[in-house]
Ligand binder design. Structure first.
Ligand code: URA
Length: 201
């Protein structure tokens, strides 16, 4: 039997009340997620940074501005996707998420993913890619190629902050997001042709 999906507002309230790791103590705001709850594309980053913590919204700083630009290469805009992170609270000094934080926080991400039920999940960088694909492989070997996780198509790309820092990744980012746009078009053409055949008799 399928577990019922938990509404996003209910999940957000649960995350607000979460005290499972000490990160809640240092946060200004929980950064739960933003965007279209019925999006075909869900974008998953790592953890809130300083600006995200202050505004309670993912990817609003420099990496967010760059992400918005990259979405454009795929024919997407921020309001057409749903954006979330592996961790919902900011790690101090933007350090990497710790395994025990990922373990206690990711049930929220898992439920968000089930509720939104996108066609594509775009994982940004190593932390979200490793969590979604349950792999130890790094992003350098995985980016730009569609993977499957359950019924989701997963498209790993470098983290935008990494590409801002290392300009040699920026052409690859552009290529990967352009490819994502082509994959989305192909997927919607396929979905349309499914509808056509089902209405033919
Ligand atoms: N980096 C992330 O991974 N997530 C954000 O929300 C902002 C920066």
């Amino acid at each position: 039997m399928h577990k019922p999906h938990i509404p996003l507002e209910e999940l957000e309230h649960k995350a607000e009340a979460c005290r499972a790791c000490p990160l809640y103590e240092g946060r200004t705001n929980l950064v739960f997620g933003v965007g279209d709850p019925h999006a075909r594309v869900m974008i998953i980053g790592e953890a809130p940074g300083k600006n995200e913590d202050l505004q309670g919204e993912p990817f609003v700083g420099a990496a967010g501005k760059y992400l918005n630009e990259l979405l454009g290469y795929a024919g997407l805009t921020r309001d057409k996707v749903y954006i979330a992170n592996v961790l919902k609270c900011r790690p101090p000094g933007n350090r990497n998420p710790r395994p025990e934080e990922i373990e206690v926080c990711t049930p929220f991400l898992r439920e968000q993913t089930r509720t939104i039920d996108p066609v594509f999940i775009v994982t940004l960088g190593n932390f979200s890619t490793r969590f979604i694909l349950k792999t130890d492989q790094g992003i350098t070997g995985l980016h730009g190629r569609v993977q499957q996780a359950g019924h989701f198509k997963v498209f790993p790309v470098f983290h935008p902050a990494a590409a801002l820092y290392d300009r040699s990744k920026q052409d690859l980012m552009k290529e990967d997001f352009t490819k994502l746009g082509q994959l989305l078009q192909a997927a919607s053409a396929h979905a349309d042709s499914d509808v056509d055949t089902s209405t033919q008799d």
